[in-house]
Ligand binder design. Structure first.
Ligand SMILES: Cc1ncc(COP(=O)(O)O)c(C=O)c1O
Length: 459
């Protein structure tokens, strides 16, 4: 594939020049390497939202000019997302708050008696919404290869009943960045009449997602991971189960008619389509921002974005491979740094002799680099990768409360994307090398469950 230099340049993002304080009193431009948690906003998204903001008005409930304009833009945003996801005829886009919200919406809409199949390695947002009355959940053990994943699903579905079935799978792991064989898993699921929902929270920001080509039944993603941090997400796909379900929220907008009955009760006829599950005033700015991000990514072109990201991944992997104390976590590769399994720009690792919280705190305090440490809301997966059940999990997002130097019970995650310059990856590699070789230059202490820098130099 040939890619022009222009298209390989990082996309402009907000915050690229924000200066953050180091523990030594100096300041440095922040290196945001935590895209998997929340990516920075694309400048384009910010500009589009700013241009729209003066015209902001109520959606689906106003006769005034700006209300009508906002309603049009909201519905146009839906069309843009439909195109971005390459939906099939008859599919729909429901705007939600984020992926977690989308998957919970779907869980509430599953027909009674649905058997849900999910790998235990999923992010908690894909692992947990199905635990509710009327559904049964089968947790499939962590597969160690794509082939094993497909075989495990095949075996599980072969033993399933005749009723409705759903398989939920992530497109790209938020821990290892590894891609899952979505199309193959979907073919397997469909052979047994099971439907498939794709958690594309980590896939959509890095890869083109075509619902038509993957043939999944639904896809979910979050705006704040797709360079559009305005509190919006998407559940897209088939209408039938959603139209047959109770509305996700009961309230205005989800109703067609509400009438008082002769006996004093109130009869409701619910809407069908997206409106059924979008009760209340919608987040028009959020939807508009997602659409702006979809447009910006499509215009930049995923081929070019991926080519650039793969260059950064190769650079990162090669750099880490030179540091023997670093162990990169991989579900699908026996020799993690050599594996050919495709991945997005998300990579987790542990450093021999280091507590991950300590290491991450030093990256921030001494180098101005923002990564994440912890179990990444995927506790069973990270425990599998770390090879143990040893510690009770910390709260989602909070690192284990442990002192520098203690054995690490969690991992460090570095993640990046369309706005990441080479310099961030280079600075990160230099920092890792220096910390491993020389140790932290400053002292660190545990405070409120976090590792924080002291104002003393290390002894
Ligand atoms: C793979 C995956 N799925 C789902 C989620 C949940 O996304 P959100 O917090 O935006 O609902 C995340 C968030 O990190 C994720 O990485």
């Amino acid at each position: 594939m040939s890619v022009t230099t222009d298209l390989c340049a990082p996309l402009a993002v907000l915050g690229h020049d924000v200066q953050v304080p180091l523990v030594n009193g100096e300041k440095v431009a922040y290196a945001a390497l935590d895209y998997a948690a929340s990516s920075p906003a694309l400048q384009r998204v910010w500009d589009d939202v700013a241009a729209y903001a003066p015209y902001y008005g109520s959606v689906h409930r106003g006769a005034g000019y700006l209300s009508q304009l906002s309603t049009d833009l909201f519905e146009q945003s839906r069309r843009t997302v439909e195109e971005f996801l390459d939906l099939r005829e008859g599919d729909q886009v429901v705007f939600t708050r984020a992926t977690t919200d989308s998957l919970n919406l779907l869980a509430g809409a599953l027909p009674a008696g649905t058997e849900v199949f999910v790998f235990e390695t999923e992010h908690h947002a894909s692992l947990l919404p199905w635990r509710r009355d009327g559904l049964t959940v089968s947790y499939l053990r962590a597969p160690r290869s794509h082939a094993e994943a497909v075989a495990a699903l095949d075996t599980a579905l072969a033993g399933a009943g005749e009723g409705p079935k759903l398989f939920c799978v992530t497109g790209a792991s938020n821990v290892t960045g590894e891609l899952w064989p979505v199309a193959e898993l979907t073919r397997t699921a469909h052979r047994y009449g099971a439907r498939v929902v794709l958690d594309a929270a980590q896939l959509a920001p890095h890869h083109r997602v075509s619902v038509r080509e993957l043939d999944v039944d639904w896809v979910a993603f979050s705006g704040h991971k797709l360079y559009a941090p305005f509190g919006s997400g998407v559940l897209a796909g088939r209408r039938d189960w959603l139209d047959a379900a109770e509305p996700y929220l009961a309230g205005g907008g989800a109703t067609r008619t509400v009438a008082r009955e002769a006996d004093g009760s109130v009869a409701v006829e619910w809407n069908s389509g997206p409106a059924r599950h979008e009760a209340g005033s919608p987040n028009v700015i959020g939807a508009y921002a997602i659409a702006a991000a979809c447009r910006a990514l499509s215009e930049a072109g995923f081929d070019a974005l991926e080519a650039r990201e793969q260059q950064l991944i190769a650079r990162l992997k090669a750099g880490l491979a030179e540091i023997p104390e670093v162990k990169v976590l991989s579900l699908f590769g026996d020799t993690p740094l050599l594996t050919d399994v495709a991945r997005v720009g998300v990579l987790s690792f542990v450093v021999q002799g280091w507590n991950s919280s300590h290491f991450s705190a030093a990256l921030s305090a001494e180098y101005g680099i923002g990564v994440r440490d912890g179990l990444f809301c995927a506790h069973p997966l990270v425990r599998t990768l770390l090879g143990g059940e040893e510690a009770p999990p910390s709260e989602c997002g909070a690192p284990e409360a442990s002192l520098p130097g203690e054995r690490s019970l969690n991992a460090i995650r570095v993640s990046f994307g369309a706005g990441t310059p080479d310099e961030h990856v280079d600075r990160f590699l230099t920092a890792v090398r220096e910390l491993v070789t020389d140790g932290a230059a400053w002292s660190y202490r545990s405070e409120g469950g976090r590792c924080v820098a002291d104002t003393r130099r290390a002894a």
